[in-house]
Design a protein around this ligand. Structure first.
Ligand code: 26V
Length: 818
């Protein structure tokens, strides 16, 4: 008799080896007697994928049978990084694979290095989506992620002569074993055309007659949970030409154009936009947004209709999460489908929309808020523009009843902006139509309520909430820092913290234990050695592992103030140079590590990168300095580089001008790994202070409530002499490239210094001095480091996702039985 269980692949040594070798032979098509590391990686990945697929099928069958309310997470960006290690750890078969490979003459870690990153996103927002997918799977929620399968992910950063250059990321060139192409899961997505009136049931109705159709093909990426069989789906859409497109061109006899058109269709999913600052009103970007929204909604509605004969239960079964404004065309699309295609009454459709959408915003910068020019929308999606106008009309009428004829306020709150370029404010659309608007930390939420969306908060206070971000401890401790992971499990006497991260607090009671200190220091040292090797391989710079490793890794932005860090390094250098030789013994040696990408069109950020290299060139080659100070720029910072750098960081910097970082999640990863934080009271740092205490960190800088007045004051506050001096050194060409750096220096001159580098410099140096002093006291440092890890529990994405599930989405776990 063939039982259900017989189907499962087994994970004993012999089966795993057989599987790997079979994949070498039949999937990779190499001889099982001769294959290299990359081929071994491919075979290994396919063997893991087989196991993923089993669980994934079972989960999907279970969800279908139970028909729970589902959460659909719509995001234009997912920064997944590598999948191999994460998958085997979540499947619980890491050690078995390690042993199986050893006998075949391979090492798991070496093969894992063969994998390239999936970098389908820019920065914080995109990595957060990836962490949240891991938590959704682990916590058994019936969830789907939807996004775009870009052929080119975030550009590769290449540094030539200290300048950033961008190169395409051909991430699919060597195949991608983690995705499953679903050639039969395709939907037509339509663009352009006109809207016509049609007779219907004795009245009129609008009919969109589109001008172009592109096919969306699904690529499924199974996302395994940890400690559960549940494996959920990240479904990414790729654009393919539709047959209809061919027919139109062939009918006109234009063969060449037919082929060219086919290629044009594919460009929709070809490249990720690399700017995470400003929306530029580009047609291709808008096409991407609608393409993925339309395909996802067709899929979601098809799934709903599979088990429901009418739409009555739609809001009880479907929750749609808008990850920032990027997918907010989904609102108009749901209205269009329900009204125009499913023939629901407008009011009923509107009622559904108000119940199913939730919106999370990830920025405080006004230029991060998308505005779509009406002309563009009208030509690309004429029916959607009408729908948005109709929504806006009803909403403004309601608003007038609530607030009267305050035209200034009405115009500020309108979805349609009547400026020089008439535009749709996507954030306003998302706020009006969502039942919940979430910020990503407590102070972010406060800013939203008091500044960015003040008018809306006053109208609908009940809509505004926050869920402080979190990161997954599976990726950021277990995968990236296995020795720390083992140490934590040993001292806690359990691995349960991997699912229940609050248990990390149990380390507190051992924070002064001398044995733990020794083991903690050993683990940290080994991680630093690994990082030092990487630095030497990448840059040729030899660094001492006895020095303090001081890390700032994140996108390069003026508000994140990498420039403050570099100016601080110049000050340190200047001090060393001007010291008596005998005093140099007292200097605490530092290795300053900076990594991050600048958006290709962001000139200031690119100059900061160049300055970093220019300073490094001088400092690193100065015999007076030696090991006392090194500056390293790590090129092409991405998820897998982060996995290497974070475990080796003694100190990390999160030094944005207060009020600018919505949350920040890098700080959470570093905290979990026992790095001490040197930080301003911005974003989630404020909440980190509450968890681990201000005396376990090095805090400095203007407070959020002081910033507006300080900006007003401009030149009225005194800039410390040391600041003027280091800026002058750059200005005078001490590091070369005098003309090139001039505009950068102008940016921090008195009166111009929007991000308050000058104002914060003094307290920044003091915080740095406090860090130095503590580092000398290794016992104190180690205790603080242990307490950092112990206090990081609240910053797990498991907690964030539970909050979303219970308070915002109204979904419940749906655990697949073993
Ligand atoms: C804005 C735009 C404007 C249009 C072009 C594409 C684009 C892409 C991204 C953004 C907004 C920046 C999104 C972002 O990454 N924000 C970060 O989100 C993190 C997760 O919530 C948070 O920790 C960071 O503080 C926040 O900067």
């Amino acid at each position: 008799m063939f039982g259900l269980m017989d189907r499962f692949l087994t994970s004993d040594l012999i089966s795993l080896q057989k599987d790997i070798l079979d994949h070498v032979e039949y999937t990779v098509a190499r001889s099982r007697f001769s294959f290299d590391d990359f081929e071994a990686y491919q075979a290994l990945a396919h063997s893991v994928r087989d196991r993923l697929i089993e669980r994934w099928h079972d989960t999907q069958i279970h969800f279908k049978r139970k028909d729970p309310k589902r959460i659909y997470f719509l995001s234009l960006e997912f920064l997944m990084g590598r999948s191999l290690s994460n998958s085997v750890i979540n499947l619980g078969i890491r050690d078995q694979y390690g042993d199986a490979l050893n006998e075949l003459g391979f090492e798991f870690e070496v093969l894992a290095e063969q994998e390239g990153d999936a970098a389908l996103g820019n920065g914080g927002l995109a990595r957060l989506s990836a962490c949240q997918m891991d938590s959704l799977a682990t916590l058994d929620y019936p969830a789907w992620g939807y996004g775009l399968r870009y052929q080119y992910g975030l550009f590769r950063q290449v540094i030539l002569d200290g300048y950033q250059h961008e190169q395409p990321d051909y991430w699919l060139n060597f195949g991608n074993p983690w995705e499953i192409e679903r050639v039969h899961v395709t939907y037509p997505v339509k663009f352009y055309g006109t809207v016509e009136d049609e007779n219907f049931n004795g009245g009129k109705r609008k009919v969109w007659v589109p001008g172009e159709t592109v096919e969306a093909v699904a690529y499924d990426n199974p996302i395994p949970g940890y400690g559960t069989r549940n494996t959920i789906t990240l479904r990414l859409w790729a654009a393919k030409p539709s047959d209809q497109m061919d027919m139109e061109s062939y009918n006109t006899g234009d063969y060449i154009n037919a082929v060219v058109n086919r290629q044009r269709a594919e460009t929709i999913s070809s490249v990720l936009y690399p700017d995470d600052r400003s929306y530029q009103g580009k047609e291709l970007r808008l096409k991407q947004q609608y393409f993925f929204v339309s395909a996802s909604l067709q899929d979601i509605i098809r799934r709903f209709k599979d088990s429901h004969s009418n739409f009555d239960d739609f809001p009880e079964k479907v929750a749609l999460q808008l990850n920032d404004t990027h997918p907010s065309l989904a609102i108009a699309e749901v209205m269009r489908v329900l009204v125009d295609e499913e023939h629901l009454d407008w009011n009923k459709a509107w009622d559904f929309v108000c119940k199913i959408f939730t919106f999370t915003t990830h920025t405080v910068l006004p230029e991060g808020l998308e505005k779509v020019p009406v002309d563009l929308l009208e030509s690309l999606l004429p029916r959607h523009l009408q729908i948005i106008y109709d929504i806006n009309f009803d909403y403004i009428e309601e608003l007038k009843k609530r607030i009267g004829l305050d035209y200034d306020r009405l115009s500020r709150m309108s979805i349609v902006e009547d400026g020089a370029v008439k535009s749709i404010r996507m954030a306003n659309l998302a706020i009006v139509c969502s039942h919940t608007v979430n910020g990503v930390s407590r102070v972010h939420s406060k800013l939203l309520k008091t500044r960015v969306f003040k008018d809306f908060y006053e109208l609908w206070p009940h809509k505004f909430h926050y869920k402080t971000n979190g990161v997954t401890q599976r990726r950021w401790i277990v995968v990236s820092n296995p020795s720390l992971s083992a140490l934590i499990s040993k001292w806690l006497g359990t691995e349960a913290w991997i699912r229940d991260v609050d248990l990390l607090a149990g380390l507190q009671e051992h924070a002064a234990n001398a044995d733990l200190h020794e083991e903690w220091k050993t683990v940290r040292k080994v991680n630093k050695m690994r990082l030092a090797e990487y630095i030497e391989a990448m840059s040729g710079i030899k660094v001492s592992v006895n020095a303090m490793f001081d890390v700032q890794i994140k996108r390069i932005h003026e508000y994140k103030r990498q420039l403050l860090n570099i100016l601080g390094i110049i000050h340190r250098y200047d001090c060393i140079k001007n010291m008596e030789k005998s005093d140099r013994r007292k200097v605490v040696p530092r290795v300053c590590i900076i990594g991050g990408k600048a958006a290709p069109g962001y000139e200031v950020a690119k100059k900061i990168i160049k300055l970093c290299h220019a300073v490094a060139e001088k400092v690193n080659n100065d015999p007076d300095v030696g090991d006392l100070l090194k500056l390293v720029f790590i090129p092409d910072y991405n998820v897998s580089v982060a996995e290497l750098v974070i475990p080796g960081a003694d100190l990390s910097q999160h030094i944005s001008t207060a009020g600018n970082e919505a949350s920040g999640t890098g700080s959470m990863k570093l905290l979990m790994n026992g790095s001490l934080l040197l930080a301003t009271e911005d974003g989630s740092t404020v909440e980190i202070i509450e968890e681990i205490g201000a005396d376990n960190m090095f805090l400095f800088g203007a407070k959020m409530h002081e910033v507006p007045a300080l900006r007003e004051k401009g030149s009225a506050f005194k800039v410390p002499l040391q600041f003027a001096r280091v800026v002058r050194m750059v200005r005078d060409g001490y590091f070369g490239f005098q003309d090139y750096f001039e505009s950068l220096c102008d940016k921090v001159e008195v009166g111009n210094d929007f991000y308050l580098l000058g104002y914060d410099f003094q307290s920044y140096l003091e915080a740095q001095a406090a860090a130095d002093k503590t580092f000398v006291d290794q016992e104190k440092w180690t205790r603080m480091s242990i307490l950092s890890t112990a206090g990081s529990g609240r910053f797990s994405s498991d907690r964030t996702i539970e909050e979303y599930a219970e308070k915002t989405w109204g979904i419940e776990p749906c655990r697949c039985p073993f």
